[in-house]
Design a protein. Structure first.
Length: 314
């Protein structure tokens, strides 16, 4: 932990239900209670618990390999990459490779389109990944048997959770003004509001308004709020502007004319937001975007393909 990560840490604390502490080795840790005992866990140990659960899932399906390929966002530092390797080691797994999410997406796209790709003329594809916590724009080139990442640009603090937080701030302020108690001060209330807000945000992708209804939120008072699409888009406008700038930087860095981009693949749950779709189509000068990839599984499939390629039996 150093002064350079304090800003990022403050942003992450909004969504963390457990107390974040500094450990003796200057790493970030979490205070948790397990079986009545208070523990301090490193981030590597927390990730290791998840990987152990993943390992157990495969063992239940009679897959007993301890070798694994993992993906991480392209903006991660060498220290963050090493932390992922350490977590795999704690979980009893051998990490064959830590690959960028952009590479995993491109690998999965190109591998299953060998017959559709030209042997000489490259196909340029843009991948817009607006997920829960971050956004990555990747522009890649494909020919038969070869994939090339032309460029990728990321914003690690631009995601669906930021949209949800803006709505949460609005409804919690209205609740506090009406009933005199601020639900933002209660972690349990924050979690319940985020769940309700996420459902409402997803509904606004297809309907003009959505109802946020939380019974007995605080002091036996209900939170009832109707959120309109126009109001939602006004709330997230600063993030829309950042999204626009990110796409512009990616296009500029790639050196590829947007008219030479074959298609724009949309990944991540938040890309269904109408304003996001509108901005994407405008900047890439496309009448439509496409969704031929499974946004929930694409990176995992790319990592699985990479593991297969590294296998001596491939």
């Amino acid at each position: 932990m150093n002064s350079g990560c304090e800003g990022q840490l403050a942003l992450e604390k909004r969504f963390c239900c457990h107390k974040i502490v500094e450990l003796e080795n200057r790493k970030i840790g979490f205070e948790v209670v397990q079986q009545g005992q208070q523990l301090r866990l490193t981030a590597e140990q927390v990730l290791a618990f998840y990987l152990k659960k993943l390992k157990r899932f495969y063992e239940l399906n009679e897959i007993y390999s301890k070798e694994i390929c993992l993906t991480i966002p392209s903006y991660c530092s060498q220290i963050e990459r090493q932390a992922v390797l350490d977590a795999a080691d704690i979980a009893g797994l051998k990490c064959l490779r830590v690959m960028n999410e952009s590479s995993a997406i491109a690998l999965q796209y190109g591998f299953f389109r060998k017959e559709d790709l030209h042997a000489v003329t490259p196909r340029n594809v843009a991948f817009v990944d607006l997920g829960h916590s971050k956004t990555t724009i990747t522009i890649a080139s494909f020919i038969q048997g070869k994939t090339k990442i032309i460029c990728h640009r990321s914003d690690r603090n631009l995601g669906a959770r930021d949209f949800d937080w803006e709505i949460l701030k609005l409804i919690s302020a209205e609740f506090a003004k009406k009933f005199g108690d601020n639900p933002m001060e209660n972690p349990r209330c924050v979690v319940r509001m985020l769940e309700a807000v996420e459902k409402a945000r997803k509904m606004l992708s297809s309907v003009p308004d959505a109802q946020i209804n939380i019974e007995y939120l605080l002091n036996e008072e209900d939170l009832v709020r109707n959120l309109k699409k126009d109001e939602f888009e006004k709330l997230i406008n600063p993030f829309i502007i950042r999204f626009q700038e990110l796409i512009k930087r990616a296009i500029s860095a790639s050196g590829v004319n947007v008219m030479d981009i074959h298609s724009v693949e949309m990944l991540g749950d938040a890309t269904r937001t109408p304003k996001i779709l509108e901005v994407t189509k405008t900047l890439f000068k496309k009448s439509e975007t496409v969704r031929t990839l499974n946004s929930l599984e694409t990176m995992a499939r790319g990592a699985a393909l990479q593991a297969a390629i590294l296998s001596p039996n491939f």
